[in-house]
Design a protein around this ligand. Structure first.
Ligand code: ADP
Ligand code: MG
Ligand code: MG
Length: 210
């Protein structure tokens, strides 16, 4: 089973809605350990992506990702915006020219996207960032490809891994981003970026599993 270009657009549209629905929640998480803008940042960026979607109707999957990343780059400041921009641009490079993708392509794209964030933000696993949700999800996807499980099973495993990684950020002391300025006081709060990254993977699972 492959993921078509139209399904990629459906996922993007669904994620834009999920961000709108979780705008206040993400900002609330960021108010505890950051500057209370993660929900607003994501919402502003993805509303700009929504406005660009009519021009994406005939684009290949790589182009859809690249245009999404470029739009985020030009509309969202701070740390999270450029890092998500990198995520989409790097994934787009892996998916260039494709009109449909397999689980393996998705695993390769997310691996490149996550590597792009690490390259730019220098965070490691356990630093209490979006990497804590993304990196375990990439591992789960690679493992799923190796075991030749179904698309829906692979998406499910990656979502579960991201959710566990997201929850595991709660007790951590932040070592990257604004939350790191709080030192020990950052412990006891879930990382906002890890939460939006989990939502991105969960939305892929929900959109592509049936
Ligand atoms: P800002 O911190 O500039 O206000 P946001 O609030 O939009 O930006 O995003 C904050 C999120 O960005 C954090 O919760 C964290 O997950 C992520 N983040 C911050 N710095 C880094 C980094 N160096 N590497 C990876 N992710 C990071
Ligand atoms: Mg913030
Ligand atoms: Mg900010």
């Amino acid at each position: 089973m492959a993921i078509t270009r139209d399904q990629v657009l459906a996922w993007l549209k669904a994620f834009i809605q999920v961000i709108a629905d979780n705008k206040d929640y993400l900002t609330e998480l960021d108010s505890a350990i950051g500057d209370a803008d993660h929900g607003a940042n994501m919402h502003r960026g993805f509303q700009a992506v929504l406005a660009k979607m009519p021009g994406m109707e005939d684009a290949d999957i790589g182009t859809i990702f690249k245009q999404t990343g470029m739009t985020l780059l030009s509309t969202v400041g701070g740390a999270g915006g450029p890092l998500y921009a990198t995520f989409f641009i790097q994934a787009g490079s892996k998916l260039a020219g494709k009109m449909e993708i397999e689980l393996e392509d998705w695993a390769d794209a997310l691996e490149a996207a996550t590597a792009g964030i690490v390259n730019r933000g220098k965070a490691s696993l356990g630093d209490k960032t979006m990497i804590d949700a993304l990196s375990p999800a990439v591992d789960a996807l690679k493992q799923s490809v190796a075991e030749k499980v179904s698309l829906s099973e692979g998406l499910k495993r990656s979502t579960t891994a991201a959710e566990e990684g997201m929850k595991a950020t709660i007790p951590l002391v932040a070592r990257k981003g604004r939350a790191s300025y709080l030192g020990e006081r950052s412990a006891g709060h879930q990382d906002p970026g890890a939460t939006s990254s989990f939502l991105l993977l969960e939305t892929a699972m929900k959109t592509w599993s049936n």
